[in-house]
Design a protein around this ligand. Structure first.
Ligand code: UD1
Length: 356
């Protein structure tokens, strides 16, 4: 069972999860199932594999196994969304599906605007048509841009630094407009800080295609010998050790945050369109993360100091008060557990879901 819900929570409720085969999606689907929800996944497997869904099915208590349904489809094709809506009546949608590589978005903005914006607009349209007006949306701390002060509070002014960030910013604005135009909608925007770790079983985890852009998947690949060393982007930041500081959050905590948000959507008639940070409120530097991973894995992670990565902020971490007070959710795990579980996944699956 998910650590915050009870099986009866989801009884008789059916949720559509877009991008449910992905890293955060697969962990959330597992918790939904364990809380008794019926779950349909729509995923185009652009940066994920169906094996993740099979592993979720194997992990979940067999009582709930038949509640999981996978549909290969693309949100950019309205007919795919229509098809999945013809299979069941959904009580809410958790919308993870989207592209998230910053560098790729700079090189190919069209792909990002088309996939993230058009896909989401299609989804809203078909949800409305079927009278399903409850949505939990994957936003990102990227909407805080380069925060002038930290911790980041939800009512800060928002900005974007690249096309990927702009898709999240636009989609937040679109969500607010959708609600303004039709107050029947209830929309929760979840701003993730830096999701890491893996399910404690080591059976599901992050498996990016190609060379990882993000810190932890890269460290993991160094630990298993797939990469020779970690490039540390910048050691001249005004921080405790000169490297940039982020708010890393265990993916299981993040998945719990979605269950809490969903419960809020069902219970609170006055939720409107509201944003919540999902972070721990703690800042950790790149070198601290490397040291924690070395300790958890017993592996040496060689580092090479390189110039700062363009667009990187010095320090970003969340104010967690709003989610604590209004969603009753708080992260439980620290970086020790994040590194332990990430290593457990890496050691059992050094090549990710599918070995070459
Ligand atoms: C990045 C994106 C953010 C996106 C998030 C999830 C940027 C500027 N931000 O967040 O918009 O929502 O990923 O995909 O890209 N680092 C290294 N070496 C590496 C990789 C990272 O030193 O090989 C450093 C970075 O400079 C940064 C920290 O590790 O200081 C975390 O990086 P990363 O995991 O990419 O996350 P963010 O940059 O915070």
């Amino acid at each position: 069972m998910g650590s915050q819900g009870q099986p009866e929570e989801g009884f008789n409720k059916c949720i559509l999860v877009t991008g449910g085969a992905g890293f955060i999606g697969s962990h959330t689907v597992l918790q939904l199932l364990e809380d008794g929800y019926e779950v349909y996944i729509i995923d185009n497997l652009d940066n994920s594999v169906e094996e993740a869904v099979n592993r979720v099915r194997d992990l979940v208590d067999q009582r709930f196994r038949q509640n999981l349904h996978f549909f290969l489809g693309d949100l950019c094709k309205k007919e795919d969304i229509e098809k999945v809506f013809s299979l069941a009546k959904f009580d809410a949608v958790i919308h993870f599906a989207g592209l998230k590589a910053v560098g790729e978005s700079v090189a190919n903005p069209f792909r990002y605007y088309k996939n993230n914006l058009v896909g989401t607009l299609n989804l809203y349209e078909i949800m409305a048509k079927h009278g399903c007006k409850k949505m939990v949306f994957s936003s990102s701390a990227t909407v805080y841009g380069q925060p002038k002060v930290i911790p980041c509070v939800e009512d800060f002014q928002l900005s974007a630094m690249n096309p990927y960030g702009r898709t999240k910013l636009f989609l937040e604005e679109i969500a607010r407009d959708v609600y303004q135009a039709d107050p029947d909608w209830r929309i929760i925007l979840l701003r993730y800080f830096n999701p890491v770790g893996a399910h404690p079983s080591g059976q599901i985890g992050e498996d990016p295609k190609g060379i990882p852009n993000n810190l932890m998947p890269f460290i993991q690949q160094v630990a298993v010998g797939r990469q020779p060393e970690l490039n540390v982007y910048g050691n001249d930041y005004p921080t405790k050790d000169g490297t940039a500081v982020r708010d890393y959050i265990h993916v299981v905590d993040l998945a719990d945050g979605h269950i809490s948000a969903l419960q809020k959507l069902f219970k609170a008639s006055d939720i409107g369109c509201t944003a919540y940070n999902l972070g721990t409120g703690c800042g950790t530097s790149v070198l601290e993360m490397v040291a924690a991973f070395e300790k958890a894995s017993g592996k040496n992670i060689p580092v090479k100091f390189c110039p700062r990565r363009p667009g990187d902020a010095t320090a970003v971490y969340a104010s967690t008060e709003k989610a604590e007070h209004e969603l009753g959710w708080k992260a439980k795990y620290g970086i020790e557990e994040m590194c332990r579980d990430q290593w457990n996944w890496a050691r059992q699956n050094p090549w990710g879901y599918i070995s070459p």
